[in-house]
Design a protein around this ligand. Structure first.
Ligand SMILES: [Mg+2]
Length: 341
């Protein structure tokens, strides 16, 4: 269902109306939640593991467009947070959702937004336990998420050691391809219409997959550091390297470029490898792991989740990123998505 976000002719709902509508959506008993929405704070059971806490904000016009399906926007708002928990080796537990809404945004749009958030929560066994509503000039969706991780299985960005392999799950560049399609001209859109690759690219942008089980598999198999690819592979790799005080060499021919991005490049002015290296919004996991642990980790990941783990480079001493291919070596600039650019 496509719901129009705004109706300029009518005044928007009151905060209480909206809060009641949301509370109805979130009602019902949930394991681990002793008090859900409706009190001053939620009361939840904490598990035996260590607690993780993360937050991510989506701003209209910057992170999403209001004319996109609200359900997809909601789904993604949860998944990007789940991905951050996954990147620590953890599992998501409880979320709060804070919304800033212009008075022109109507209840059905917000219900669709919540529908998408609940869909993502169901897939990842996490629960929305509360939140906040406020008025503003643009839609802002701010999600905070708790997670849990076994004490011996925490992975941070620090811990990569020279000699470790640089590995990445799945494939890269498809979400950036989806964004390029949104901005494409008539001719490109005609060529893309109805193709399987058009579907793949827009799904990658609207319905990212958080690699929760894969993150835990990497932690179990001796990964030394991990980050999720949210702002662009090279930018996120440079963040991991900086935190670990190391550098990395990337084998450019081994970078898993999503095949649909290659299809897109036949009809549009995009460079597939650039989208894979710097596009962002992939939510794949990027990790470092000792070379002698790679094979087992890769087999376990494929066996449990059908996800391919790619070995695409190595950690080196010093700092900075170097790209290697048949033409030789060259320094790589960690470009990517910068909210403040
Ligand atoms: Mg992250």
């Amino acid at each position: 269902m496509m719901v129009e976000p705004t109706d300029a002719g009518n005044a928007g709902p009151s905060e209480d109306e909206l809060a009641r509508a949301i509370a109805r959506l979130l009602s019902g008993p949930t394991p681990g939640v002793l008090l859900g929405p409706g009190d001053d704070a939620a009361l939840v059971e904490t598990g035996p593991g260590l607690g993780l806490l993360t937050a991510d904000t989506l701003v209209e016009g910057l992170d999403f467009e209001l004319h996109r399906p609200a359900r997809d926007v909601g789904y993604k708002a949860i998944v990007v947070n789940v991905s951050d928990v996954a990147a620590m080796g953890g599992s998501p537990r409880f979320a709060t959702v804070s919304l800033v809404l212009p008075s022109t945004v109507h209840v059905p749009w917000v219900m669709e937004l919540y529908g998408g958030m609940l869909e993502a929560c169901k897939e990842h066994a996490c629960t929305i336990v509360g939140g906040d509503l406020s008025r503003g000039t643009e839609v802002v969706i701010s999600v905070a998420l708790t997670g849990e991780v076994s004490p011996g299985r925490v992975l941070s960005r620090r811990g990569a050691r020279p000699g470790d392999r640089v590995v990445v799950t799945g494939s890269l560049g498809a979400a950036a391809g989806g964004l390029a399609l949104l901005r494409a001209d008539e001719q490109v859109l005609r060529a893309a219409a109805g193709t399987g690759w058009e579907h793949d690219l827009s799904q990658a942008l609207d319905r990212p997959v958080a690699r929760v089980g894969e993150g835990q598999t990497l932690a179990q198999h001796g990964a030394t550091a991990m980050i999720d690819v949210s702002d662009g592979f090279l930018l996120d790799l440079s963040r991991l390297c900086e935190a670990s005080a190391v550098g990395a060499r990337v084998h450019l021919d081994a970078v898993p470029v999503h095949p649909s991005v290659v299809e897109l490049s036949r009809v549009a002015e995009v460079e597939p490898l650039d989208l894979a290296l710097s596009g962002g919004d992939d939510y794949e996991l990027l990790a470092t792991i000792p070379g002698d642990r790679f094979e087992q980790a890769s087999e376990a990941m494929d066996g449990r989740f059908g996800t391919t783990l790619h070995d695409i480079g190595e950690v080196v001493g010093g700092s900075g990123l170097v790209g290697v291919d048949a033409r030789g070596e060259r320094p790589l600039q960690p470009k990517g998505w910068d909210h403040f650019a």
